[in-house]
Design a binder for this molecule. Structure first.
Ligand code: PDD
Length: 285
């Protein structure tokens, strides 16, 4: 049985109910997180909570939960749900009002919802076992505050679906100046001449925790150079390797964009080295 958490109570997921006047339901007025956990060990718990708190601040939701309150919740969900390969989903909305009104209501209590879902086993650094991702590309049609991990994900959902309908796993997004932003649910990277390059953090992309950990792990190791700078569409199309990262995927090697092979169409050596380092270092955060 899947045990969830809703506003202070642990209960079977299918029994968790919210008001239709919850602003998360009406407006997508909330912030969420997904924390990966393997055999009871979370990856990047501290950075995930930090990002959630800055998202809550950014949209003016105040919730007096400490990091250890969140740790207790996550650990309870892990234990109650079998401590396997789990994504811990955390979701805070502004709460339920008594009417539908765009402005922030005063004196409503935020809704806190969390549950655990099964994810694939942690990826291993092995070219023969790793999934080869195929992606579409599109102009990024989302909003100008993509740094906020908002539950209002319709723009992302439509871009993800666009990829699915073209038989692909994801969609790479480019701004009006043909610069790479990210993918619909992942951060994005190219590798050129042995250098890992990813767009800098700004309002056009989510500050991914996998991205944060990966860049830190690579820089500490010091062998593979890393650059955070603007990446053009031409650079993506001429890259030796293209990667996408997210909490449940870790580093995904992209072998095809809009049906055209990336590099030689195979998973690259820099991916292999980076995934090895990530697998070894990810629990240190
Ligand atoms: N997606 N960019 C976007 C738009 C995302 O939605 C995500 C994560 C990422 C990667 O962030 P992280 O490394 O912190 O997982 C980048 C999550 C997993 C989701 O929506 O399910």
């Amino acid at each position: 049985m899947n045990i969830a958490f809703l506003n202070g109570t642990y209960l079977p997921l299918e029994e968790a109910k919210i008001s239709p006047l919850d602003r998360g339901f009406l407006f997508g007025d909330g912030i969420y997180e997904v924390v990966p956990s393997y055999a009871g060990k979370m990856v990047g718990f501290g950075p995930h909570i930090e990002r959630m708190n800055s998202g809550l601040d950014a949209i003016g939701i105040s919730l007096d939960w400490s990091e250890s309150d969140w740790a207790d919740l996550c650990n309870q969900l892990i234990e109650k749900n079998g401590a396997g390969n789990l994504g811990i989903y955390l979701h805070v909305t502004r709460g339920a009002d008594s009417k539908r009104f765009h402005g922030f209501p005063e004196n409503i209590t935020p809704t806190v919802f969390a549950f655990a879902f099964e994810i694939a086993p942690a990826p291993v650094a092995d070219k023969t076992l790793a999934k080869k991702f195929k992606v579409s590309s599109s102009k990024d049609l989302r909003w100008d505050r993509c740094q906020i991990k908002s539950t209002a994900l319709l723009g992302n959902v439509l871009h993800f679906q666009q990829g699915q309908e073209q038989g692909n796993d994801e969609t790479l997004l480019f701004n009006a100046d043909n610069q790479l932003t990210e993918a619909s649910s992942c951060n994005a990277y190219i590798v050129k001449d042995g250098v890992v390059i990813t767009p800098p953090l700004d309002n056009q992309l989510l500050p991914g925790i996998t991205r944060q950990l990966l860049l830190d792990i690579l820089r500490r190791d010091g062998v593979i150079p890393v650059e955070e700078r603007i990446v053009t569409r031409d650079e993506v199309l001429n890259a030796d390797e293209v990667w996408i990262t997210s909490s449940s995927k870790e580093i995904g090697a992209v072998v095809e964009i809009d049906g055209v092979p990336v590099g030689n169409g195979e998973i690259g050596d820099i991916w292999l080295a980076a995934q090895k380092l990530y697998s070894a270092g990810k629990y240190n955060y």
